[in-house]
Write a protein that binds this ligand. Structure first.
Ligand SMILES: Cc1cc2nc3c(=O)[nH]c(=O)nc-3n(C[C@H](O)[C@H](O)[C@H](O)COP(=O)(O)OP(=O)(O)OC[C@H]3O[C@@H](n4cnc5c(N)ncnc54)[C@H](O)[C@@H]3O)c2cc1C
Length: 500
């Protein structure tokens, strides 16, 4: 194996020469249609859902078989070329943003459902299968795959595993981590590897838990065994309006404190409600300061009892209006607004940046009020939608990427939200991963020693540092620089990232 090229070597080796070298090497293993490198062909891969940062890769490889994945990884390892795995590119933290001198490994062609087993209630799927397609395949057996990111129509299970994705129903049914039994894939050197197993517990260290959420930095996933759960007989949703965000935030904490785990417990603030109502006409209360959607599922008796208890708690917490869905159509209508929160924000602003931090439930109102102050400070609007039951925020900061100053203020606004969340006892990342977006804020969340431990894990899996390098874990130097900027009060969140 050759050592990775140094920056000086990179400089001396012309980019196009390097590109030709990689293409020639990969052509020995992949058919012509599985390799692209012309700028007009690689441009669609230049970013993920975090569109503010873009970078074309040198080459995009689209393997169709595991043998080809192994060959791409082996070849890149031999040449010291960084590899960035890519699913559907719906990630919101820049995790799949290409490396300027690397290969983007698209797993789009790994889109087959290999087995649905209603007896063991599992499905074996290739990594490029869409999240929703798993539930569609399981539906004839009255089963489904529970984690439901709002992007589930497009995002892949490989991306879900890499990000440990969540969704509206994860409060009750758990994240990806709780719903995956086995991951098969390849190391950076192109060697096959399996984590977990078909049984509930696998012998040895729990490397499955380590790999889930590792953002493509430890291994490339090709196949996943997921758990399936029975479809609930019935689901009903409460829509509750509040005239005060503090009352709404406290109501969330009160529902959980009452010993209820709703199937979903989501919150939207007034600007978000206005944006989605104009888009999907779900019948939301436009005068409300905040709206809660609170779902119960199970047997008819369980749902009736839980809806009664939740309604009482919400009334006791000061809800000014409560509606309970009386049909599946009405339930879907209640959810249609929440599920369309991101596209609705896209209708009212040229660009938006979706943040993703967590805070303790009891601080929901505090963070909303803090964000309102930040809107004035950075002179930008923000709409808020929360997985409130999980304390997982999704502030969407609205901006125009064509205006560099707006992008800069948006970055500062985002960093402020993440770091205020940490100050309130939360974390910089809930379910969208760190990617490149939250690198600096990781310096605030973790000590140098903690970040170094993460690097240690990375090195154990990928000693040459070729899988998705430069993401997720901040270097000591980055944290030192960021610290200086914070002290000077003039932060440049991401001076090193290729901008829109
Ligand atoms: C409108 C919208 C709504 C969303 N809602 C939610 C939500 O409710 N909950 C939530 O958690 N997320 C949500 N997301 C974020 C995103 O959809 C998830 O992070 C999703 O899991 C990404 O999957 P993907 O296939 O698009 O992965 P990509 O964006 O292609 O990649 C994401 C990361 O996974 C790595 N990766 C991808 N495939 C593999 C593989 N086979 N092996 C190794 N690494 C791999 C990449 O390198 C990258 O680091 C939303 C995004 C959008 C645009």
């Amino acid at each position: 194996m050759n050592a990775p090229l140094t920056p000086a070597q990179h400089d001396s080796l012309q980019k196009s020469e390097r590109q030709s070298q990689i293409v020639r090497a990969l052509q020995a293993h992949l058919p012509a249609h599985a390799l692209i490198w012309q700028a007009e062909d690689t441009t669609p891969y230049e970013c993920d859902g975090l569109t503010a940062y873009r970078q074309r890769p040198l080459v995009v490889a689209l393997p169709e078989t595991e043998a080809q994945v192994a060959a791409v990884l082996k070849t890149c390892h031999g040449l010291g070329v960084p590899v960035v795995a890519r699913g559907a590119g719906t990630g919101l933290s820049g995790g799949a943003m290409p490396h300027a001198l690397g290969v983007t490994l698209s797993l789009a062609k790994f889109n087959r459902i290999l087995k649905v087993d209603p007896v063991s209630r599992t499905a074996v799927v290739q990594c490029g299968v869409r999240n929703l397609a798993i539930s569609e395949a399981a539906a004839p057996f009255n089963l489904y795959y529970a984690p439901d990111p709002s992007s589930q129509i497009a995002c892949t299970i490989g991306g879900n595993v890499a990000e440990n994705s969540g969704g509206v129903h994860c409060l009750k049914y758990g994240l990806t981590l709780h719903n995956v039994l086995r991951v098969r894939g390849f190391t950076a050197e192109g060697e096959p590897v399996e984590f977990g197993g078909e049984a509930l517990d696998a012998p040895g260290l729990d490397l499955l838990a380590l790999v889930i959420g590792s953002e493509g930095m430890l291994a490339v996933t090709t196949e996943v065994t997921v758990k399936l759960v029975p479809k609930p007989q019935l689901a009903r949703c409460i829509m509750a309006s509040f005239d005060d965000v503090r009352k709404a935030g406290d109501a969330v904490a009160a529902v959980i404190a009452a010993g209820i785990i709703p199937a979903g417990l989501e919150m939207m603030d007034k600007p978000m409600t206005a944006a989605v109502e104009d888009f999907v006409h779900a019948g939301y209360d436009l005068d409300a300061a905040a709206i809660l959607l609170c779902e119960s599922d199970g047997t008819a008796e369980e749902v009736e009892e839980e809806i009664g208890r939740m309604t009482a708690v919400l009334r006791g917490s000061g809800a000014i209006a409560i509606a309970v869905s009386t049909s599946e159509d009405e339930r879907m209508k209640f959810w249609s607004g929440r599920k369309n929160a991101f596209p609705a924000s896209g209708r009212i602003s040229p660009d938006y940046m979706c943040l993703d931090s967590t805070i303790p439930r009891k601080r929901l109102a505090d963070i909303l009020l803090a964000i309102q102050e930040m809107e004035k400070k950075y002179n930008l609007r923000c709409c808020n939608v929360f997985h409130a039951g999980d304390g997982n925020l999704h502030p969407l900061v609205l901006f125009d990427a064509n205006d560099p100053d707006e992008l800069h203020r948006c970055e500062l606004f985002g960093a402020d939200i993440l770091e205020t969340s940490v100050a309130m006892g939360g974390t910089v990342s809930g379910e969208h991963g760190v990617g490149v977006e939250k690198l600096n804020s990781m310096c605030v969340q973790f000590t140098a020693a903690e970040n170094e431990q993460m690097f240690g894990v990375k090195r154990a899996f990928d000693p040459a540092g070729l899988l998705n390098p430069g993401k997720v874990i901040p270097t000591l130097q980055r944290c030192a620089e960021y610290g200086k900027q914070v002290v000077r009060g003039g932060r440049l969140p991401h001076p090193d990232l290729p901008r829109f």
